[in-house]
Design a protein around this ligand. Sequence first.
Ligand code: FES
Length: 158
Amino acid sequence: MFCLMNEILEKILVRYPANRKDSLLPILQEVQQVNGYLTDDLIAEVGRTLNMPVNKVFSVAAFYDQFRFRPHGLYHVQLCRGTACHLHGSLSYLGELEKQLKLKAGTTSRDRRYSLELVNCMGACESAPVIRINDVYHPHVTPEALTRIIHSLKEKTE
Ligand code: FES
């Protein structure tokens, strides 16, 4: 697995000039896209290639919400907290999601069935409030719809 990742990483890194520190963000984005999240090993390899200290690479990645350091669950639930969704009460659903999925926002359940993430605008403001589960958008979420969404999620996994 790690060898395969090294090969993929090499293919990504070879397209960027060495020591070009402005390549850091696009490289991290590509690495995450391929692996799903950033590991210590991947961060170290990116740092080595760009001739940057590992802690510098890590602190840059940690600064941006877009980077993850843990794998998502089988069902990755994203609750939008962007302005339109917030104004339509999206955050009032957070407590129920955390309770039903038995996890806190920003984490993945131990069995890796679920992960929950608060995200900024998902580009579907006209459908606020919006929840996305993997690639499926749930528009105009109401308390009743949330109950149905959670029920159907649990049916798939239990
Ligand atoms: S604010 Fe939620 S989709 Fe834009």
